[in-house]
Design a protein around this ligand. Structure first.
Ligand code: SAM
Ligand code: SF4
Length: 373
């Protein structure tokens, strides 16, 4: 069966992003990181730093952001303790390290080594821009990293430099190959398509990834850029992505269960003359956070680099876990704060509301790099 192209149908979860009256967590609430809407977070995204060595236009301003002071950022010991509470007490089953750019942390290998020692079975992945990855991939694997996601928006030097404002394409490509060679597969690649810049590259980017056995995922651009340049009209929707790919490929839904994953996966076959298609080449993922949101099945909890709990990328409320930890709180109190924060997780982010780029839409203050994507 091939994919239905056309405008996505809004789902039910187009409710207001924030409840009018915050409800406190009742004593008989389910265990773990449960919320008021019956979801339970088991997938933890932890930001290691707000710093980055690229300036992607959809994320950071050209001049960068004011970095957090060193002492404001979680130390290795603090990270290890927070993860231990998440895994041992609150049902976290999966950890993704992110940023900013996690590779700029000098103690990254030590952090992963400690996490792995505490949690021998925990899947630990990392999202990186790949700059400097070639040199570090083997050490990351040896430390216990399970697998890696590398962001790669273009294979053309000029386009890559235009999008990231840095001329590092060769380094990133070397990093991707080194990660695969080090055993950090399956290697997933993240691409954000920007209209008039790299959108027409979608089919060739997919062909390149399939040839090498990498799993490409296209991410819809979200209003999380520090420049506040996002507009609903200008973003490339999931429907357009499927349309762009259909020039070269036939996509059909991946029969494997989605299981709470943000990406909707499709099996990919090359389009052949007439209406035919070739043998299965691999899969592609599309993360349609804006036009086909998956909030009702969201399993994520986020910790920013300065130790704030965010229940959603679009939460306006943040809860200070690190401050509490540094005040001498015990594990029970820290776990309790985390549970209270997650209880207030919004039902939906509300990004798919019609008229989002109208003046009444308030974009979150933090950029993606400052939250941890
Ligand atoms: N620096 C690392 C990287 O780029 O992979 C990790 C952090 S980055 C914030 C994580 C992911 O968020 C990247 O794949 C990036 O493409 C994506 N991202 C950043 N800003 C975005 C936006 N406004 N909309 C959608 N995805 C975005
Ligand atoms: Fe840096 Fe990642 Fe943001 Fe690009 S997307 S500026 S690499 S944090």
């Amino acid at each position: 069966m091939s994919v239905q192209l056309g405008m996505p149908q809004p789902r039910e979860e187009t409710a207001p992003a924030l409840p009018s009256v915050p409800a406190s967590r009742p004593a008989d609430a389910p265990a773990g990181l449960a919320d008021r809407y019956g979801r339970r977070a088991t997938d933890m995204r932890l930001s290691l730093t707000d710093k980055c060595n690229l300036r992607c236009t959809y994320c950071m301003p050209a001049e960068g952001l004011e970095w957090l002071a060193k002492q404001a950022v979680m130390s290795a010991e603090e990270i290890v303790r927070i993860v231990r509470i998440g895994v041992d007490r609150l049902g976290v089953r999966e950890l993704r390290l992110t940023g900013g750019e996690p590779l700029v942390r000098h103690d990254l290998v030590d952090i992963i080594t400690s996490l792995r020692r505490n949690h021998p079975e925990l899947p630990i992945s990392m999202t990186t821009n790949g700059v400097g990855l070639a040199k570090k991939a083997a050490a990351l694997k040896a430390a216990g990293l399970t697998r890696i996601n590398v962001s790669l928006d273009s294979l053309h030097e000029e386009t890559f430099t235009q999008l990231t404002r840095r001329p590092f394409l060769d380094q990133v490509l070397a990093g991707v190959d080194a990660a695969w060679a080090a055993g950090l597969g399956p290697v997933k690649l993240n691409a954000v398509l920007m209209r008039g810049i790299n959108d027409l590259e979608a089919p060739s980017l997919l062909a390149w990834a399939l040839d090498r056995g990498y799993e490409l995922r296209f991410i819809e651009q979200m209003p999380l850029d520090a420049d506040h340049g996002w507009t609903r009209r200008n973003m490339i929707t999931a429907a357009e992505i499927r349309q762009l790919l259909s020039s070269d490929f036939v996509l059909s839904p991946d029969p494997r269960a989605r299981d709470g994953a943000p990406a909707e996966r499709f099996e990919v076959r090359r389009r052949e003359a007439g209406s035919g298609s070739g043998p299965l080449l691999g899969t592609v993922g599309i993360i349609a956070s804006v036009t086909e949101p998956f909030c009702s099945d969201c399993r994520r909890t986020r910790i920013t680099a300065e130790g704030k709990i965010m229940s959603c990328l679009f939460s306006r409320e943040e809860f200070d876990l690190l401050g509490l930890l540094r005040s001498g709180a015990g594990d029970d109190d820290l776990a309790q704060r985390w549970q209270d924060a997650m209880w207030l997780k919004p039902k939906a982010h509300g990004m798919d509301h019609v008229g989002l780029d109208a003046p009444d839409f308030v974009q979150p203050d933090r950029s993606m790099s400052a939250i941890g994507g």
